[in-house]
Every structure is written in structure tokens, then in C-alpha cells.
Write a protein that binds this ligand. Structure first.
Ligand code: 13P
Length: 253
């Protein structure tokens, strides 16, 4: 059974104190994660250790970095390497969020390097893909997303992609309050799985968790996560509100 994941992406929000309060509130809300379910918190670099310590001993709760460098180490002032993230005991890194692609010029080729460096450090990428509005309006979203997957992931082996995590985030639905319908999400998730099936076979594709991101909230999570190829969500705004994210965790199947 593949992993079902509710991942919070705090982006550049919350002070450490606000973040710790949010985690306290969340942990006091009822949650019951099954064996195959995980809650993941992608928090700003300075708080990774604090939040990890707060979640210590909580079954199926994990912390993620929001990014890592495509370089191993060296004179890259301000960058954070995968090795550093590994050294504080993390398992997850978000790679290729559309905000990184758009504002920090991360190309598919750079993201392929980042995914590689995560593997070298035994970190699980949460690899983001998704089309901008103009592509959706032109109806070419399937080939757009397929190219993102091809250029950043297809050099990997079947073993590396077994149990991999992809997040589909249509850019037009991020922070806009405009969620893709559950049918639109299912349609793209099925497409992503079929692209992976073509390249790696059904057995591998069936193990890949595909998360949906873009205006997920407590009120729509159950409907979206209920679709057969949707294995949870990557959540921005609603992950900053304890009751909202608690309900999103509880909407996992
Ligand atoms: P929102 O949930 O705020 O739309 O953000 C989605 C996102 O970008 C998560 O990575």
C-alpha cells in the first residue's frame, strides 16, 4: 500500500514561536495516523531542528526542508546542502516547488541535480510539478507536466523511483483559493501515474505517492484525497491554521 501524506508547506511564514505554538495546537487535536499515513512539515531552515525535536517520538510525523542546494558543498554563501539536512536527521526535502522554479530560476535540469543529491544523501524528495494558467488554458498541461517529469526524473532507476513522492501543484490554484476540481486533480494524477508506468512499469508506478497541492483546505480535502490516484496533499495557507491542518491530516485515506 503506498504512503498517504499530508504535507504542510509553511513557505516563508511564521516565527519560531508561532510555529511551535502551531505544532502544540496540532498535536493536541485528535489525530490517528494509520501505518501508511504520514504528516510532514516543511518548515523554514532555522527551525528544522526545533520542530523535529518537538515531533520526536510522534509516530508518522516528519519534518522536511523546503529546498536544498544542487551543489555538494563549498563557496555558495547562503545555500544549504542535502548533506547538512541529512546530518540533522531529516528524511524529506521539497524539490522544485513552483515558487522556486519561478522566482529562483530552477530549471528541470537543476532539479534533476537536486533529486540526485538527495538520493546520494538518502533523503526522500517531494518532487513538485504543475502547469501555469496559460498552459492550462491552452489545454497542453499533460505534455507540460510530462516534460517536467522526463527532464528531472527519467534518469533515475526503477529502484530509486519505488516509493518516490511527487506533488502535482497547478500554479493557477496555489494561494488563489481556486482549487482544481477533484476530477481535474484525478485526471492529472492518473496521467502522471501513466507516464511513470510507461517508463518504469506498473509495479513501480503503483508505489509512487502523488500529492495534490493548490488551495487544499479542511472543507475540500476529503473529496480530493478520496480520488484513487490522489495520495494526500501539499498544503500552504491552510497548514498555518492548526484546526484546518488537523482536519486535513484526518482526511487522508
Ligand atoms: P496553498 O495551499 O496556499 O494554495 O499553497 C499550495 C502550495 O504551494 C503548497 O506547496
Amino acid at each position: 500500500m503506498r504512503k498517504q501524506i499530508a504535507a504542510a508547506n509553511w513557505k516563508m511564514n511564521l516565527t519560531l514561536q508561532q510555529g511551535e505554538t502551531l505544532i502544540d495546537e496540532l498535536l493536541s487535536a485528535p489525530h490517528d495516523l494509520k501505518e501508511n499515513q504520514q504528516a510532514v512539515f516543511a518548515v523554514p531552515f532555522p527551525y528544522l531542528i526545533n520542530i523535529k525535536n518537538k515531533l520526536a517520538g510522534k509516530k508518522n510525523f516528519f519534518v522536511a526542508a523546503q529546498n536544498c542546494s544542487d551543489k555538494k558543498s563549498g563557496a555558495y554563501t547562503g545555500e544549504v546542502s542535502a548533506e547538512m539536512i541529512k546530518s540533522i536527521g531529516l528524511q524529506y526535502v521539497v524539490i522544485g516547488h513552483s515558487e522556486r522554479r519561478e522566482y529562483f530560476n530552477e530549471t528541470n535540469a537543476v532539479l534533476a541535480e537536486k533529486v540526485n543529491i538527495c538520493f546520494e544523501n538518502e533523503l526522500q524528495s517531494i518532487f513538485c510539478c504543475g502547469e501555469p494558467l496559460a498552459i492550462r488554458e491552452a489545454g497542453t498541461q499533460n505534455s507540460y507536466v510530462e516534460t517536467q517529469l522526463k527532464e528531472s526524473l527519467f534518469h533515475l532507476t526503477a529502484a530509486q523511483l519505488t516509493g518516490f513522492v511527487i506533488a502535482y501543484e497547478p500554479i493557477w490554484a496555489i494561494g488563489t483559493g481556486k482549487t482544481a476540481s477533484s476530477e481535474q486533480a484525478q485526471e492529472m494524477h492518473a496521467h502522471i501515474r501513466s507516464v511513470m508506468t510507461k517508463q518504469y512499469g506498473n509495479d513501480v508506478a503503483e508505489t509512487i505517492s502523488i500529492l495534490y497541492g493548490g488551495s487544499v483546505k479542511a472543507s475540500n480535502a476529503k473529496e480530493i484525497f478520496g480520488k484513487p490516484d490522489v495520495d494526500g496533499g501539499l498544503v500552504g495557507g491552510a497548514s498555518l491554521i492548526a484546526v484546518e491542518f488537523a482536519a486535513i491530516i484526518n482526511a487522508l485515506k
